[in-house]
Design a protein around this ligand. Structure first.
Ligand SMILES: Cc1ncc(COP(=O)(O)O)c(C=O)c1O
Length: 411
């Protein structure tokens, strides 16, 4: 008899994981990158150069540059953040982490206790929402429109909370290519957001991991840069621009915050070779790599849009995203996205159901999130056609696809 570990597991843990049995043939989930767009040769050369020049640093968990991470990479970020996001900071204001997910964990661990309240966009990154649920946090969701988080709704929510004597711990926002809506908060809303946050003495937690992926190449100045009172914690990542498996992200924050995050980062430092390779690679190639990647992603988006129009027609409603790697799609009301996910998965298509990406389960019931960055153009076309078939079989919509009318009982 195998030893029974079950009684040892403390209550409150997430449910046990199912064993991985392989990815779906058509995978439109996960914020993965485009394998064909990965600069493997340049990364290999950068790793080799980093190892020959700096390899002996790997004998030290912190690469001999201290607990905030590899300093040449932080120095690259200082320049990049100034150029692209308008952020004036120095290497000591930056802390490297193991993916920006670790940044979420650290900030949450430093600032939140069960029963606390935070504010975020109503539709929001699942990895963020899960973390709040697990910590027993009250989440107040602010509706979005095509311009991102609605400031009138935020103002009302803050006033309502104040009337109840509740001061939210922070406003978490993904202002530049929001996940899942892909909206971008413009400068005037950014100003309003900062003004409201200041008026209510609430800090802002700015998650900026998609900001390099705006098709026009122009992003609004970061909230961190605009804040006069230094009440913003800014996090970013190399996952969306270079490769998610490197697991390299970063936090930019005042020392009062970093000094509380550092003791909570108990993994003795993030992957050293990854940071060294990125420092080498980014100095030489980042600026020219990212526009190439944006072109690849936008071409895939166009393929997905064409496939949705062809297969779903007016049954799939969405706004053309100004950047990023996903589409937030509204299907007809009869579609239960949670059921669609299961039925589609059984047929080999994986999609993210809206209710897992929103705190408003009714609003998001018939919505799905589709990632277009990693599948090929053919996979996008075939996968969306299959998704339409499954959707029609399960819910009777779309009634027509590829301009062919079908009885729902046919498929
Ligand atoms: C909004 C947002 N924040 C953070 C992350 C985590 O990214 P990583 O840990 O790979 O940096 C993601 C990944 O999809 C995301 O969409």
């Amino acid at each position: 008899m195998a030893f029974d570990f079950t009684p040892l597991v403390p209550p409150g843990l997430p449910p046990p994981a199912a064993r991985w049995t392989g990815a779906a043939r058509y995978n439109f989930t996960f914020g993965n990158n485009d394998p064909a767009g990965l600069a493997v040769d340049d990364l290999r050369a950068a790793a080799a150069a980093a190892l020959s020049r700096q390899g002996r640093r790997l004998a030290d968990c912190r690469l001999l540059t201290g607990p905030q991470g590899y300093k040449p990479l932080r120095e690259f970020l200082v320049k990049k953040l100034k150029r692209d996001a308008g952020i004036e900071c120095n290497a000591d204001d930056i802390m490297m982490v193991s993916g920006s997910l670790q940044a979420l964990d650290l900030v949450n661990a430093a600032l939140l206790v069960p029963g606390d309240t935070i504010i975020c966009e109503r539709d929001c990154y699942e990895g963020t929402l899960n973390r709040y649920t697990r910590r027993g946090i009250n989440v107040v969701g602010i509706p979005l429109d095509q311009g991102g988080m609605r400031m009138d709704a935020l103002e009302a929510a803050l006033a309502e909370l104040k009337a109840k004597g509740v001061r939210p711990k922070f406003i978490y926002t993904i202002p530049t290519v929001q996940n899942p809506t892909a909206t971008i908060l413009d400068e005037s809303r950014r100003k309003k957001l900062l003004a409201l946050a200041e008026a209510h003495s609430v800090p802002i937690f700015e998650d900026d991991c998609y900001s390099d992926l705006v098709w026009s190449g122009e992003r609004p100045v970061a909230l961190y840069a605009m804040s006069k009172s230094k009440n913003v914690i800014h996090i970013g990542s190399f996952s969306k621009t270079i490769a998610p498996a490197l697991r390299v992200g970063f936090v930019v924050a005042p020392w009062a915050v970093l000094s509380r995050l550092l003791p909570l980062k108990t993994d003795a430092g993030s992957g050293g070779l990854e940071q060294m390779m990125l420092a080498e690679y980014c100095e030489a190639h980042f600026a020219e790599h990212v526009p190439r990647l944006r072109k690849r992603f936008q071409a895939k988006l166009d393929t997905m849009v064409a496939a949705l129009n062809e297969q779903f027609g007016t049954a799939a409603e969405f706004d053309y995203p100004p950047g990023g790697i996903f589409l937030w799609v509204k299907l007809p009301d009869e579609v239960d996205a949670m059921k669609l996910r299961e039925a589609a998965l059984a047929a080999g298509v994986h999609v993210n159901p809206g209710p897992e990406w929103s705190i408003d389960k009714a609003y998001s019931r018939s919505r799905i999130r589709l990632c277009f960055a990693s599948p090929t153009h053919d996979e996008i076309r075939e996968g969306i056609a299959l998704l339409a078939e499954v959707c029609r079989r399960e819910f009777g919509v779309p009634e027509r696809s590829a301009n062919v009318a079908r009885r729902s009982s046919v498929v």
